[in-house]
Write a protein that binds this ligand. Sequence first.
Ligand SMILES: [Zn+2]
Length: 141
Amino acid sequence: MIQYSLHCSKGHQYDAWFKNAAAFDEQQARGIVTCAVCGDAGIEKALMAPAVARTDNERVSLSSAQPDAVQLRALLRAYRQKVISEADYVGDKFAEEARKIHFEEVEARGIYGEATRDDVIALAEDGVDFMPLPDLPEEHN
Ligand SMILES: [Zn+2]
């Protein structure tokens, strides 16, 4: 038996036992390994459980939980709130409007909205000042 830490595409994490590594690969390939929480079939191995990690040289990137992370998320959330409450929502016209403001064709004002990846590249090339609007999951209290 081998224990794997699994996570689904929605970020749920749980442990599950399989007969061996091949059994997991085979069941995953058939799409019958599903999330214990939400039933999602987009399952991936997280890291090897300590009991079997000794025999595996696979390295994973880890970081201890940063005490600042909570504070930083709160700041980003406050920033997002501020933008949404004070700026004009322009929908998918963000690139167009940002460019007008940049070239002073219209009065300067705060805006937010959506743009395609190509728009973002073009805006950066034009020297338009903008930044990503942080998209954060709601706080789990
Ligand atoms: Zn899930």
